[in-house]
Design a protein around this ligand. Sequence first.
Ligand SMILES: *Cc1c(COP(=O)(O)O)cnc(C)c1O
Length: 388
Amino acid sequence: MPIEFSERLLALPPYLFKELDRLRDEARERGMSIIDLGVGDPDRPTPNRIIAALAKAAENAENHQYPVYSGMNSFLGVVANWYKERHGVTLDPKTEVCSLIGSKEGLAHFPLAFVNPGDVTLVPEPAYPVYSSSTLFAGGKAYYMPLLEKNGFWPDYKAVPADVLKKAKIIWVNYPNNPTGASTTLERYSELIEFARRNDLIVVSDAAYSEVTWNDRPHPSALEVPGAKDVVIEFHSLSKTYNMTGWRVGWAAGGAKQIRGLGLVKSNIDSGVFQAVQWAAMEALEGPQDCVKSMGQLYKERRETLIKGLTKAGLEVFPTEYTFYVWLKAPKGLTSAEFASRVLNEAGVVITPGNGFGPSGEGWARIALVQEASTLSEAAERIGSLKF
Ligand SMILES: *Cc1c(COP(=O)(O)O)cnc(C)c1O
């Protein structure tokens, strides 16, 4: 018998960007100069003070051994302080916070702690693909909730049928949202938590982009809702806030039961975050935050530069003050894929078709603002010259 992938691997959806990757490589081979605005990975380096903290901690032999699985006490304490200062939320660092090797790792492992085979999780779409694949890996089934412009890309979870709801264990939300850039309010979190409480659901809040903004008002945390810890676990990352995607560090915070479940899974799989990286993360969170502010300003300027060119081509974007994405409407009569391939073939600009994040992303495309303004200005000009 030839070796064969497991059923769970075979059940993964096909790689939707494959065709676009092929078209990009073809365009390159034709000698076209390509501007890639596809991947959501910050282009700027990590601030120096954070690199210096890593270098210093890396020299200390105490940091060379296995770390404590759930995180160093000092790291957990810094996260708890951050929540207190940023959101007015009190957390017990020992039981209500856990370090992660990047928040993707935590999101991917979480369902293993609470989802049994045959259970359902309520997954928004379009969305970050980890929510559905981690559900699948735990033997569960994703029930998709469309995110629509008319609802501000907030899920209509009250429309989930009763028989599905009965089997549901988790509802996933991600605000500020990738790919749409949509934000949410404390009122909406509050209603969601009430709904989750009535239906015995865990609310998984993915807050990876909460600090990527040029807005002075902090984006609310789901944990600000009184009593939220009963049902909420919130995932955070240093990746997007401090240009640290390669460093692999984040955390989960929320109710002790949720954190304990995740910790139990993780202690059987990984051995925690390199302590020198935890020291660097502490420096990131506790040092001067002007780098966060200036990245926010930079994304604002990049966004405005790009939108100017897009508007020239008669295109429309979803307005936002968060994330480094532009959620762009495909021109009338074009599907997401047709639009993205015309922008690639005629303008040499890689954008991501919205349906790659789920069927309700059809009619949209995502542009990541991860190139300097001069490059974005050229991309805008090229797209602006197309006739749709
Ligand atoms: C980037 C991203 C993450 C994960 O970031 P890590 O680097 O794993 O911390 C999580 N959720 C969303 C929606 C993201 O875009």
